[in-house]
Design a protein around this ligand. Structure first.
Ligand SMILES: Nc1ncnc2c1ncn2[C@@H]1O[C@H](COP(=O)(O)OP(=O)(O)O)[C@@H](O)[C@H]1O
Ligand SMILES: N[C@@H](CCOP(=O)(O)O)C(=O)O
Length: 322
């Protein structure tokens, strides 16, 4: 459970008195997520989601996240809408943390997505990329290639090797390789950057909404596709399911076709995306804050994915044109 900051009923009731949301009935910490503290809040006017922003979120980025959800929602994307308080502000402070209340989305995330779910996800990702056009605020991706070496330094070579023999050496090799080969000049725009299955809701088989925009930023659009190939198309035995990859890419291209350069870059982008999640997971695994209710994600899952990408050569290996 990700609850780093405890909120008492008195604190919450006081905070909510600034909103037109009625009286607090109940609230509970949410048993998913690793980044921020999330509470499901029930008031006399219904359910809302309360997020307290933690360690990796910079206060100066909050206007980007809040503005982006508003921008995407007005362009027809089903995502949470920030709720404004009586002074017209979406951003508040609770228990010493920046806090927002957002609308509650109905639906369930898929633990074991099928190829049909992957296709729907691909389509929604491309819609998000199109809907992000014209958003006036920008945010550099702090977790893109230039951010990886500092993350690795934070984890530490020797400590990485304690998790798995040779892990540190693989990461060091990969960093050198990706720093040389990382693509530049691909089409860029607003990306979600963390569109994992837990951040996508379905009602029945129909995709019903996207959540968790707190890694969103400006970067290469195809990098977002590569993040999703990693998160959606591997089986639990670390094999890549090319049928799911094909479905995801077909769904995406039915809305926004990838350019030849983007297609060619897919293998290296997928490799970089695997390293990015391996590194953040490694840092989190080695640094669980004392007393935090959180289950860190397994870094070795992404180590295995990275090994797969090291063997891939063309976009066909991911289902493109296959
Ligand atoms: N707007 C929302 N509507 C419904 N459930 C939500 C909403 N936002 C978050 N959740 C629930 O809270 C969980 C954690 O939220 P998430 O934003 O992924 O947290 P974190 O940023 O800490 O990873 C999600 O998996 C989902 O179950
Ligand atoms: N998706 C990332 C971690 C971020 O967690 P989320 O719950 O906000 O998606 C990972 O799996 O490493």
């Amino acid at each position: 459970m990700a609850v780093y900051t405890d909120v008492s009923a008195e604190q919450l009731a006081e905070f909510l008195s600034g909103y037109s949301l009625g009286e607090l009935l109940s609230y509970k910490g949410i048993a998913e997520g690793v980044e921020n503290s999330n509470y499901l809040v029930h008031t006399t006017s219904g359910y809302v989601l309360l997020t307290l922003f933690e360690k990796r979120v910079k206060a100066s980025d909050l206007p980007f996240f809040i503005g982006l959800m508003e921008h995407l929602a007005t362009r027809g994307l089903n995502c949470p809408l920030p709720v404004k308080n009586r002074s017209g502000e979406a951003l508040g402070t609770l228990a010493g943390r920046p806090a927002v209340v957002v609308t509650f989305l109905e639906g369930m995330s898929m633990r074991r997505p099928t190829a049909a779910h992957c296709e729907a996800l691909g389509e929604a990702l491309a819609q998000l990329h199109n809907a992000g056009e014209g958003f006036s605020i920008t945010r550099v991706n702090a977790l893109s290639m230039p951010g990886w070496r500092p993350l690795y330094d934070m984890a530490g070579h020797e400590r990485a090797n304690t998790l798995r023999a040779g892990l540190g050496d693989t990461v060091a090799f990969e960093l050198d390789h990706l720093e040389k080969e990382w693509p530049r000049n691909l089409p860029a725009g607003v990306i979600h950057a963390d569109l994992f299955p837990d951040n996508v809701f379905f009602l029945g088989d129909k995709l019903s909404g996207l959540i968790d925009f707190y890694f969103a930023c400006n970067d290469m659009l195809a990098y977002d596709v590569a993040i999703c190939l990693n998160a959606w198309c591997f089986e639990t035995d670390a094999s890549f399911n090319v049928t799911k990859g094909r479905a995801l890419l077909q769904g995406y291209q039915s809305v926004r076709p990838l350019s030849a350069a983007e297609q060619e870059a897919l293998p290296i982008l997928a490799r970089g995306a695997a390293l990015r999640f391996l590194l953040t997971r490694l840092v989190d695994w080695l640094n669980v804050p004392p007393g935090a209710l959180v289950r860190p994600h397994d870094p070795l899952e992404y180590f295995r994915k990275l090994r797969h990408h090291q063997r891939a050569t063309t976009a066909r290996d991911y289902g493109l044109g296959a």
